[in-house]
Design a protein around this ligand. Structure first.
Ligand code: BG6
Length: 491
C-alpha cells in the first residue's frame, strides 16, 4: 500500500531557521583540490548554482601547483564525473554548459603552503578584493591540518571575518575532540563553528524529527512501555574503495558509529525540543546522549571483511574493524530497560540505513483460531538510505472463515510521494552560507558521542572475519537478548 500526499493546512514547523547569522559573502575552500571537494563539494555547488542559490565568490586554497584555470578545469571535470554514466539506449545526462560557465567565473585559487605566512596574506588580499566581510572557511582537509589553518586564519585577522566549517572526523577520541574544541574556541566563538556530519544534512534523517513530533499517533507509544527494542542498521555493500590508508587509521566505530549512527540514535530517542531555536534541538540531543551509557565491551562485536587486509593502504596484519555491532542503553525515564541494537559495516549483504522500532506484543493474542504461527509484533521501519520512507508492519484479519491475523505492510516512499530530496552537502553548504547552525553538531554533543564510544576504541577485542556479502560475523547475534534476531533491512 502506498500513501498519497495530502495537502491542507501547512504543517507546523518543528525547528525553523533559528540563531541565524549574517549571510556569507565568500566561500573559502581549504582542500579545494582534494577528494571531498571532487566527490561532494563541487557537484553540490553546481546544483546550487543551477538553482540560483549561489551568489558568492569561491576561493580555493590548495598546495597543488595549479593555476586558476587548472582549478576551474578540475572542478568542471569533477562535476561531469558526478553525473550518472550513459545507459544503453539513453543519452548520458550531463551538466549544463551555462551553469558550468557561471560557476567557473566564481572560482579563484590561492595556491600555497599552509605553513607559509604569504599564503595567508594572499588569501586575505583575495578576500579584500572581493570586498568580503563575512566568509565561510570550509576545512575539507586532513584533520592534522585543522590547527594550522585555524591559527593561521587568526594570524591575519580572518577569524573575525567569518565562520568555520569543520569536516569529520572531529578528533580520534574524547581527549582529542576536546583538544580540537579548545583549538577552535581559542579563535572562533562556538556559534561560528559549524561541525559537519553529513547525516544531519540528509532529508531522511531530518525527517525523523518531523515524523516523531508531527504525528500524534506515535508519541504515546514512543517509550519503554510500548517499545520492546530498537535496531539501527547502517550497512554498505562497498569496501574501503581506495581509502584504505585513511580507513585503516580509523575503523568503523570512528568512521560512522561515533557520528552518523549516534546522531540517528539521538534524533530517535530525544525529547521534543521546547521551541524553534537551533539551541533547543541541540539541548535535547545533548540530554539524551548524556543519558546513554558508554559502550560495554561485553556487548560489542567487531568484525573485518575477508580480503580487507589486501586492500591498498591497509596493514597486512590489520585488526581494524570494518563492522561493529553493539547494544546501547539509554538510562532515561523514557527508555530505561529498552535495548538499542546498532550495527554498521562495509562489505555487507545490502546497502541500507534503517531504524526498526519494535513494539511490544498486545497483552493477549486473540486471533489464532486456525492455530497458525503467533502474530508478529508491530514494527515501524524508518528507511534513511536511498529509498527513504517508512513502513508500518501491522496485523490484519486473514481472509476466510477463521479469526486469524496476518502481517501487512503499510509503506510510504518519500521521494515518490513528496518529490526528490536534495543532497546533504547542498543543504549543508547552503546552511553554512546563510549562517544557520541547525544541521551542525554542537561541541557538547560531539564530546558526548566520543564518551559513548571511547571504551570501544581502546578495546583489544578480536575483529571476527566475515565473508563479503554477508551480514557480518555470526558473533554479532550474541549481543541480542530474549531470543531476538537482527531484522534484515526492507529495501
Ligand atoms: C562517510 C564515511 O562519513 O559516510 C564513509 O567516511 C561512508 O566510510 C559514508 O561510506 C556513508 O555515507 P552515506 O551517505 O553513503 O550513507
Amino acid at each position: 500500500m502506498n500513501a498519497r500526499r495530502t495537502r491542507g493546512r501547512p504543517p507546523t514547523p518543528i525547528i525553523t531557521q533559528p540563531g541565524r547569522q549574517r549571510p556569507a559573502d565568500a566561500l573559502v575552500l581549504f582542500g579545494a583540490t582534494g577528494d571531498l571537494a571532487k566527490r561532494k563539494l563541487f557537484p553540490a555547488l553546481y546544483h546550487m548554482e543551477d538553482r540560483g542559490e549561489l551568489d558568492v565568490p569561491i576561493v580555493g586554497v590548495a598546495r597543488s601547483d595549479w593555476t586558476d584555470s587548472d582549478f576551474r578545469d578540475n572542478a568542471i571535470a569533477a562535476i561531469e564525473a558526478s553525473f550518472p554514466p550513459a545507459q544503453p539506449g539513453r543519452k548520458k545526462s550531463g551538466p549544463k554548459a551555462s551553469v558550468l560557465k557561471r560557476l567557473s567565473r566564481r572560482l579563484d585559487l590561492v595556491q600555497g603552503d599552509y605553513a607559509d605566512v604569504t599564503t595567508w596574506a594572499a588569501l586575505k588580499s583575495t578576500l579584500d578584493e572581493h570586498g568580503s566581510k563575512t566568509a565561510v572557511y570550509y576545512m575539507a582537509i586532513p584533520p592534522s591540518m585543522f590547527p594550522t589553518v585555524v591559527e593561521s586564519l587568526a594570524s591575519v585577522g580572518l577569524n573575525d571575518r567569518g565562520r568555520i566549517v569543520v569536516e569529520k572526523p572531529f578528533g580520534r577520541d574524547l581527549a582529542s575532540a576536546h583538544e580540537l574544541n579548545n583549538v577552535l574556541h581559542a579563535v572562533f566563538p562556538e556559534n561560528h563553528i559549524f561541525r559537519i556530519d553529513h547525516y544531519l544534512g540528509k532529508e531522511s534523517v531530518e525527517d525523523l524529527l518531523v515524523f516523531r513530533f508531527s504525528n500524534a499517533l506515535l508519541e504515546p507509544v514512543w517509550n519503554r512501555r510500548y517499545v520492546r527494542s530498537v535496531q539501527i542498521t547502517m550497512s554498505e555493500t562497498i569496501g574501503v574503495e581506495g581509502r584504505g590508508s585513511f580507513y585503516d587509521s580509523v575503523g568503523a566505530i570512528r568512521d560512522v558509529f561515533q557520528n552518523h549512527l549516534l546522531q540517528v540514535v539521538s534524533l530517535l530517542a530525544m525529547e521534543p525540543p521546547v521551541g524553534h531555536e537551533a539551541s533547543y534541538l541541540q539541548d535535547e540531543k545533548a540530554k539524551v546522549l548524556a543519558a546513554t551509557t558508554a559502550l560495554d565491551c561485553s556487548t560489542l562485536v567487531r568484525g573485518q571483511y575477508e580480503g580487507y587486509r589486501l586492500e591498498p593502504g591497509v596493514a597486512p596484519k590489520s585488526k581494524v574493524e570494518t563492522f561493529a555491532a553493539a547494544k546501547l542503553e539509554i538510562d532515561s525515564w523514557r527508555w530505561a530497560g529498552v535495548p538499542w541494537y546498532v550495527r554498521v559495516g562495509k562489505g555487507l549483504a545490502q546497502a541500507a540505513t534503517e531504524a526498526v522500532v519494535e513494539l511490544q506484543s498486545p497483552p493477549r493474542m486473540l486471533f489464532d483460531e486456525a492455530g497458525g504461527p503467533a502474530p508478529e509484533r508491530n514494527l515501524i521501519r524508518l528507511r534513511l538510505g536511498k529509498r527513504d520512507g517508512v513502513t508500518f508492519h501491522l496485523q490484519a484479519k486473514t481472509p476466510g472463515p477463521h479469526l486469524d491475523s496476518e502481517s501487512v505492510d503499510v509503506s510510504v516512499d518519500f521521494a515518490a510521494t513528496l518529490g526528490d530530496r536534495r543532497e546533504a552537502y547542498e543543504r549543508l553548504i547552503g546552511d553554512a552560507l546563510v549562517g544557520s547552525p541547525r544541521r551542525f553538531a554542537r561541541e557538547d554533543t560531539v564530546e558526548q558521542m566520543w564518551r559513548i564510544v571511547d571504551p570501544a576504541l581502546s578495546e583489544r577485542s578480536p575483529a571476527f572475519p566475515y565473508p563479503i556479502g554477508s551480514w557480518g560475523p555470526k558473533e554479532a547475534d550474541s549481543i541480542l537478548e530474549n531470543g531476538d534476531s537482527w531484522f534484515a533491512p526492507s529495501v
